[in-house]
Ligand binder design. Structure first.
Ligand code: PAF
Length: 290
């Protein structure tokens, strides 16, 4: 595995790969890698000739009160994990390489950035869209891989690619969970003591939503009420939002049908966790992606 740190080196490597007619698969990350990232890396490895992973903790997507400085970082461990997965190139730039002192261009994907996490993290998705577009221009991938745990991020990146005519296929991979159901996330590292057990309330509430829909409930407000009641039984949990939205537009739905996303963000102690359930209506009934 080669580790590259400058934009020039990475662009030259990408041009070399492309000139040989080989395909580039790309997994952008902020490091603190876990099995969720590694599932994306394995799929990328299988589906492309050359696998590139970036590690860059992007300051532009953290609010002033957020955890940029304390975000978990473990570059040695991450490098070793990626080496074991036979990644070809690790792109790990410094902040000044991506945002030099005179930097002044930002990208906003408008409507789909507004609801859900957009309401609670102003500027977050502007930072995500900006760095993802920059990374795409630097890495020049044919395909890029994102996890469905960050469902809104995936929708935003798909919209960005469509709107700006980027010739990149966006692959959205299922959520990877711990054996007890907790969605894998670098922020799980913040869960201390009893918070780890309390965090299971997100998965349980989504399981409850699934049961209700399986039993014929279609009213979004009824599903949301039950989910909220279940979460409120957990004293360590504080809800930012629980919503039933259309999986493509992210606009609220009154009834479950078509492709529905049930998404939530909940604070457990000092960790803000997100999770979701994708419900797809098919001619044979509902399919659940938890
Ligand atoms: O999902 C993440 O880790 C980040 O938001 C991403 C896509 C790497 C952009 O910084």
């Amino acid at each position: 595995m080669k580790t590259l740190t400058t934009v020039g080196e990475m662009q030259a490597a990408a041009a070399g790969v492309r000139s040989l007619g080989r395909t580039i698969g790309f997994v952008p990350t902020m490091g603190a890698l876990h099995e969720g990232h590694l599932a994306l890396v394995r799929r990328c490895r299988q589906e492309s000739d050359v696998a590139v992973v970036s590690i860059f903790v992007n300051p532009a997507q953290f609010g002033p009160q957020e955890d940029y400085l304390n975000y978990p970082r473990d570059p040695e461990r991450d490098t070793e994990l990626l080496r074991r997965e036979s990644v070809d190139i690790l792109f790990a730039p410094l902040v000044e390489e991506i945002y030099p002192p005179d930097y002044q261009t930002y990208v906003s994907v408008e409507r789909v950035s507004e609801p859900l996490c957009g309401r609670f993290r102003p500027g977050h998705f502007r930072g995500v869209a900006t760095v993802v577009l920059k990374l795409f221009n630097i890495v020049q991938p044919h395909r890029a891989y994102f996890g469905r745990k960050d469902a809104q991020q995936s929708v935003i990146v798909q919209q960005l690619v469509r709107d700006l005519n980027l010739p990149i296929e966006i692959v959205v991979h299922p959520i990877v969970r711990e054996p007890d159901g907790l969605a894998m996330s670098s922020r799980n590292a913040y869960l201390r003591g009893e918070d780890r057990q309390a965090a299971l309330v997100l998965y349980r509430s989504l399981g409850r939503a699934r049961e209700l829909i399986e039993r014929g409930e279609r009213r979004a407000d009824a599903v949301l009420r039950e989910m909220r009641a279940l979460i409120e039984q957990e004293p360590r949990a504080r809800v930012d939002y629980i919503e039933v939205v259309d999986a493509a537009s992210l606009q609220p739905l009154a009834r479950i049908g078509g492709r529905t996303l049930i998404a939530l963000a909940v604070w457990i102690g000092g960790a803000r966790l997100i999770d979701n359930l994708l419900v797809e209506e098919t001619p044979d009934g509902f399919r659940f992606h938890l």
